[in-house]
Design a protein. Structure first.
Length: 355
């Protein structure tokens, strides 16, 4: 019986534009908020219990990163949005986990939505939406659940590695997006290894009965990654052309580096997409060759036994007047003829390299 499909769009049918409706399935996730408030000489890391505790960071001179996990807590997100003057349409996009990667520009903020990709312990690809809002001196990030690819960013903030603590909030936005894009390379490497393993197995003939289903699943993974990556190029392109005072000119250069990485990942995705189609063709060709081998063996066997069956049929007829039946050596002569035919046909097929 086929699995019943759940359509997230049904949750938003008939809703007023700007309605904050969570469209995901993780309705029991706990709310987790952590902050990094930092400057060149300090970095304060703190875990918050409510969003109200983050309100004090809006107008500080330091740079603040507020990370909220748990999109199912719509009331807390709305409270945060009200204090930070986040547009209702942005709040709607934040909790809509099927949102396409995009960028929206406002007078005092920039909203960016993209997909965070990684493999879990079961080697299944996980695609999680991450929303980022850049303000004058803060960056807000929203995730569906705990667990992300930002551990390197946290480490750089704690130990003042690199230039992140000497730069403004726009550089923090770049660092977070760069961490997500860099992790795309890890996903691409795993996809490449899977394709190589399938290719080796098919060439060696060491394939399982469900190999076609595995190839189809891998093709879906590649398409899923492609849908997450390709729209992001437009997002970075718009950031490069952005004239907002929130993004400094010297930071634009770093975003161009992200764009270069996306081009490289996109090219690999296109290559793997072609390879996965070739894998299916290769598998079908292998199956066809095996079937041809079986048919060749059966054809050779039939070709050998057809004349022998013909001779046996002739002398198996119930007629009285068959001269050979009354000769005492007829039986042995018939066996000799059949054996000679058998050996002769084997030699013929061997010379033709059919055996």
């Amino acid at each position: 019986m086929s699995r019943k499909r759940v359509y997230r769009s049904k949750k938003k049918l008939g809703q007023v534009p700007g309605s904050v409706v969570y469209t995901g399935e993780r309705s029991k996730e706990k709310l987790f908020i952590d902050t990094f408030d930092y400057g060149k000489e300090f970095c304060n890391e703190k875990e918050l219990q409510t969003v109200q505790e983050s309100f004090e960071y809006k107008d500080t001179d330091s740079v603040t990163w507020i990370n909220l996990n748990g999109l199912n807590h719509v009331d807390q997100i709305e409270a945060l949005g009200e204090h930070y003057d986040i547009h209702p349409l942005v709040l709607e996009d934040i909790v809509n986990i099927a949102q396409r990667p995009k960028i929206d520009e406002y007078d005092d903020s920039i909203f960016v939505s993209l997909k965070m990709l990684y493999y879990d312990d079961a080697q299944q690809i996980v695609s999680e939406q991450v929303s980022l809002i850049l303000g004058k001196n803060y960056v807000l990030t929203f995730q569906e659940s705990e667990g992300d690819v930002f551990d390197t960013v946290r480490d750089r903030l704690r130990h003042a590695k690199g230039r992140v603590r000497t730069m403004k909030a726009d550089y923090l936005l770049y660092v977070l997006m760069d961490a997500i894009v860099d992790h795309y390379f890890s996903v691409i490497e795993v996809l490449g290894d899977k394709i190589e393993d399938f290719e080796t197995a098919i060439f060696a003939g060491d394939v399982d009965d469900d190999i076609s289903q595995k190839i189809q699943n891998l093709k879906r993974e590649i398409l899923r990654v492609r849908r997450a990556i390709f729209p992001l190029r437009e997002v970075i392109n718009r950031i490069e052309k952005n004239e907002s005072s929130l993004i400094q000119k010297r930071t634009i250069t770093y975003f161009r580096d992200i764009y270069d990485h996306l081009i490289q990942v996109s090219e690999n995705i296109d290559i793997y997409r072609e390879m996965i189609w070739s894998l299916m063709d290769m598998y079908m060709t292998t199956i066809s060759n095996k079937m041809n081998e079986v048919m060749k063996v059966l054809t050779i066997m039939a070709s050998i036994f057809i004349p022998l069956t013909f001779i046996a049929g002739i002398y198996g007829m119930n007629f009285d007047n068959i001269p050979e039946l009354h000769y005492k050596y007829s039986y042995y002569i018939l066996w000799c003829v059949m054996i000679i035919l058998f050996i002769g046909m084997l030699i013929y097929f061997k010379r033709k390299k059919w055996l």
